[in-house]
Ligand binder design. Structure first.
Ligand SMILES: [Zn+2]
Length: 462
């Protein structure tokens, strides 16, 4: 008899972690960081509700920090078993965890210098060395292959779109009655028909239980041709002699934007020599995406030029190259992290260009409350940047259609593709309005049993 316990992402969209116990053995699916505000982030410091050294295996669905960001702490506190991930995930997991270790150390150093931490000696959640040690535990598993987690318990990965290497997970084990049962974890489900990565694929086994994400369970993404919208903004801005700044997440969104920019360049609407990718992490992620040929879709292969190749656009790796862009007087497109303009090099570009009415800022997706991106989209006249007040004269735009997550209809489409309806459904990784809306849709439109919305720490029998 097994028990599943939900340790995170219950009623929120970060902190994914679910444990399955079979007597003495236990497997953790994802070990994510809570993100988005101090109250949530405090949870990252809470003791693990289980002994890390007692886990038999860890299974990672994809590289995003809200699914992997506590792995270095898990390892630092005694976990030394395998961490399974898909082959294409491995490079991205390494990239984000190393970066996270450095950011943690930097944050603690900064807090100590400025003396603004409540702690007399602010410490990082974990160090880059912890992150490096964690990467030694990674065990890549190909999509579709069977991997034994412990005797009688099998893991299989299925493509989920969403991010390079992202997967849904099937875990199959024998129940107390001797019957084999599969638990399916959707992981984060991506969109259908978006370029670069293959579409989400249906899991193969009829699931006894399904743990389904519900991030956008109450929303429909608008239909728009992102390249067309982007093209018009760029042409108008270039005509004014301005610069287009695109704050973008280094993983996934940046590569999608480069794809659309490359299409515009192929159509003769954009000079690729005026496009700058200004983020070392995004440059590294772009190279990892470019090399993962097995994951590319037909849209990607149909382009005459590889949009992710090093020579397609201008890459700015060093701080000097980034600063040199400030002196540029001619029109340009600058793609830089972070996606919500809360940190990273894009903040410097905003400080430099927001006051210029010829320029434009294009947000590529959702902007959370409290971020600088949200303030700009809400029409703020000024924003504070590095203790200075920046007047907002540049035009502010948003690309609505770029999202890494399936919307309500796409989640239903993914569910319809399952080989049989699950007997039990759990909705996590979503705020309550989204979970409730999706639960109602699953009952009304698919005739499924009423889903359960688990609370943090809640156990469910297998
Ligand atoms: Zn994700």
């Amino acid at each position: 008899m097994a028990t599943v316990t939900f340790h995170g992402a219950c009623g929120v969209v970060t902190g994914s972690a679910t444990r399955i116990d079979w007597g003495e053995s236990s497997v953790l699916v994802d070990c994510g960081l809570y993100q988005g505000g101090e109250e949530l982030e405090q949870r990252n410091w809470a003791p693990f509700p289980f002994r890390p050294s007692a886990l038999t295996a860890v299974v990672v669905t994809h590289a995003h920090l809200d699914h992997t960001g506590l792995l270095p702490r898990l390892a630092a506190e005694g976990y030394s078993g395998p961490i399974y991930c898909t082959g294409p995930s491995r490079g991205l997991v390494s990239l984000v965890l190393q970066d996270a270790g450095e950011l943690q150390e930097e944050g603690a150093r900064y807090a100590r210098q400025k003396g603004y931490s409540r702690h007399p000696d602010p410490r990082p959640l974990y160090t880059s060395e912890d992150a490096r040690q964690t990467l030694k535990l990674l065990r890549p598993v190909p999509f579709g292959a069977d991997q034994e987690l412990l005797p009688g318990v099998r893991l299989r990965y299925v493509r989920a779109g969403h991010l390079l290497g992202a997967a849904s997970v099937e875990i199959t084990a024998k129940g107390a009655d001797g019957e084999r049962r599969t638990w399916c974890f959707s992981g984060d489900v991506g969109r259908y028909g978006v370029p670069i990565l293959k579409d989400p694929e249906p899991p193969a086994d009829p699931p006894a239980a399904l743990l389904l994400e519900s991030t956008y369970g109450d929303r429909r993404h608008p239909e728009e041709d992102a390249a067309e919208v982007l093209g018009r903004i760029i042409e108008e801005t270039y005509a004014r002699g301005g610069v287009v700044i695109i704050p973008a997440f280094a993983l996934g969104r940046t590569q999608e934007i480069l794809y659309h920019l490359s299409r515009l360049a192929e159509a003769g609407r954009l000079d690729p020599a005026t496009v700058f990718l200004d983020s070392p992490m995004a440059i590294d992620a772009t190279r990892i995406y470019d090399r993962a040929e097995s994951e590319h879709d037909e849209d990607f292969d149909a382009l005459a030029n590889d949009p992710l190749a090093a020579g397609r656009f201008v890459h700015c790796r060093t701080v000097g190259q980034s600063k040199a862009l400030n002196a540029r007087g001619e029109p340009a497109v600058i793609v830089a992290a972070s996606g919500m303009a809360n940190g990273g090099r894009v903040v410097h570009h905003l400080l430099h260009r927001l006051g210029d009415p010829r320029s434009a800022v294009v947000f590529a997706g959702y902007q959370a409350a409290g971020t600088r991106g949200r303030a700009l989209l809400d029409g703020a006249e000024t924003v504070a940047i590095y203790g200075q007040t920046a007047w907002v004269k540049a035009k502010i735009h948003q690309l609505q259609s770029l999202s890494a997550h399936a919307d309500r209809d796409e989640l239903l489409r993914w569910c319809r593709a399952l080989p049989a309806p699950p007997q039990r459904i759990f909705l996590n990784h979503g705020e309550d309005p989204a979970r409730k809306a999706l639960a109602a849709a699953l009952v009304d439109e698919l005739g499924w049993p009423r889903p359960h919305l688990p609370l943090t720490g809640e156990p469910a029998p297998w």
